[in-house]
Design a protein around this ligand. Structure first.
Ligand code: ADP
Ligand code: AMP
Length: 242
């Protein structure tokens, strides 16, 4: 099962990806998480990505595609994956299509669009907090941890992403509208796009997403329980050869 999640920053891709990936037993591959890990650990890849991320711009395609290609070649991604944050523009989508066809003789099964209006994504991003240890996302109002600043799941420290400042949020939304939103018609033309309303409680959106994916999934579907465990598989990649 090869799935892509599309939606503006703050649509809830990371939040939903952890549940969907765990339910379908496929790895979640978040390009944003891989970049952030490499920035934090000071790798060459992180050095290349940092300035673009701080501004809220896209990291150049050559850097991003090389990283994704290396990640998709890893053992755990051979039976399927859930891509969160990639592709982010039409050239990346075309490269992904070519890569899957040439290197794996396969294609994407489905692209799931999370539809949320701009005012709501701004509210979500302004209050987002991320765990330094397990990368689980929280929200100061919509999904607060029991103790302020501490992750309920692992006890890690919560932090606010540098690119979740008001100006950078606005810029990232512009970048989304200009460069990423065209993917919606790209995948609609390919016949792989399904869209769901991504507003409302997190569990309801997960159920909507799983119901929408059901026709595309070969695995037997069981009733979904949000607390049925299963950590998301966050890919923390060593610096690939670029
Ligand atoms: P993305 O990966 O698309 O940028 P996230 O999954 O990080 O988005 O979610 C952004 C913020 O919105 C987080 O603080 C998260 O807790 C919150 N959030 C996610 N889904 C919902 C929802 N359905 N309702 C309210 N807040 C949400
Ligand atoms: P995210 O965690 O998905 O919000 O991504 C955070 C930042 O990482 C983005 O603002 C970009 O700077 C960078 N990034 C993530 N994915 C991509 C991608 N597919 N192409 C280019 N840059 C990306």
């Amino acid at each position: 099962m090869r799935i892509v999640l599309v939606g503006p920053p703050g649509a809830g891709k990371g939040t939903q990806a952890q549940f969907i990936a765990s339910h379908l037993a496929i790895p979640r591959i978040s390009t944003g998480d891989i970049f952030r890990y490499n920035v934090t650990t000071g790798t060459e890849l992180g050095r290349k990505a940092r300035e673009f991320m701080e501004r809220g711009d896209l990291v150049p395609d050559a850097v991003t595609v090389a990283m994704v290609r290396a990640r998709l070649a890893e053992e755990d991604a051979q039976e399927g994956f859930l891509l969160d944050g990639f592709p982010r523009n039409v050239p990346q989508a075309e490269t992904l299509k070519k890569l899957l066809a040439e290197d794996w003789d396969t294609r994407l099964n489905v692209v799931l669009e999370l539809v949320v209006e701009t005012d709501e994504v701004v509210r979500r991003l302004s209050g987002r907090r991320t765990c330094r240890r397990c990368e689980r996302v929280w929200h100061v109002l919509y999904d607060p941890p029991a103790r302020t600043g501490v992750c309920d799941d692992c006890g890690g420290e919560l932090f606010q992403r540098d690119d979740d400042s008001e100006d950078t949020i606005r810029h990232r939304i512009e970048v989304y509208n200009e460069q990423t939103a065209p993917l919606v018609s790209f995948y609609a033309d390919e016949g792989t796009l399904i869209g769901i309303d991504a507003t409302g409680p997190v569990e309801e959106i997960t159920s909507r997403a799983l119901a929408a994916l059901r026709p595309f999934v070969r695995l037997p579907f069981t009733t979904f329980h949000q607390n049925d465990g299963g950590s998301s598989s966050v890919s923390l990649l060593p610096t690939p050869e670029l």
